[in-house]
Design a protein around this ligand. Structure first.
Ligand code: URA
Ligand code: SF4
Length: 212
């Protein structure tokens, strides 16, 4: 796995979100590009004050080329609204830009497979470049994979969620708020799902307050 760095434009004049999106189509930084339909780069406001970082595209995102358009995305969008965050403030992306899945036979359902640490490392140059371009005030870390990508391998979402963490970045100190991934809410048993969803909204409210 060479990692994405050699596909990320080096010229500072070619590093806005649209430039990065175009360049990412050719990325061969790890093996995930090959079985996937296409790269899924990001969506939303290219200078959004708040960035939401998920794990990787899912089945529907892979087909459509747009992040968070499937069931987890709908849940997330509703939670963002409920937390009082304006859509025009939000940039959305993923730690890993290609869909990793298993499939028992061609034509069968493609089943989500969590990207491993090597995929996260390989793809991180894209995430670093886009966050440098967008320069959000607050970064919302959705789940363990985004946590690993942004806050390091020892980061524990369950321990650190729901509060403002300040970390040094290439654009100076930045605020991060970690929370559970919306897919985790969907996987929660019926009788506890509303509580899980409310927890996601409460953490997003912390991010909204940090935005001011
Ligand atoms: N889950 C993610 O983490 N990202 C998406 O884009 C969709 C589902
Ligand atoms: Fe490149 Fe990331 Fe796709 Fe791997 S997952 S090929 S590093 S864009």
């Amino acid at each position: 796995r060479p990692g994405a760095a050699e596909w990320v434009p080096q010229d500072p004049a070619l590093r806005d979100v649209e430039d990065l999106r175009a360049a990412a189509r050719d990325c061969r930084g790890c093996e995930l590009w090959e079985p996937a339909t296409q790269v899924v780069f990001s969506a939303g406001a290219p200078s959004g004050r708040l960035a939401l970082v998920g794990e990787q595209p899912g089945d529907q995102e892979d087909r459509r080329g747009v992040p968070f358009v499937g069931p987890a995305g709908r849940l997330l969008q509703a939670a963002v609204e409920e937390a009082g965050i304006a859509r025009e403030d939000v940039y959305v992306t993923n730690a890993v830009k290609h869909f990793r899945f298993t499939q028992s036979a061609p034509g069968n359902r493609r089943v989500h497979a969590t990207p491993d640490a090597g995929h996260v490392t390989a793809c991180r140059p894209w995430l670093a470049a886009e966050l440098a371009a967008v320069d959000p005030d607050v970064v919302v870390v959705l789940g363990a994979t985004a946590g690993r990508a942004l806050l390091g391998p020892s980061f524990r979402v369950t321990k650190e969620r729901g509060r403002v963490l300040e970390r040094e970045t290439s654009r100076g100190p930045k605020r991060f708020v970690a929370t559970i991934h919306p897919s985790a809410v969907l996987r929660t048993p019926d009788d506890q799902r509303e509580e899980a969803r409310a927890g996601l909204v409460a953490d997003l409210r912390v991010a909204a307050e940090a935005l001011g």
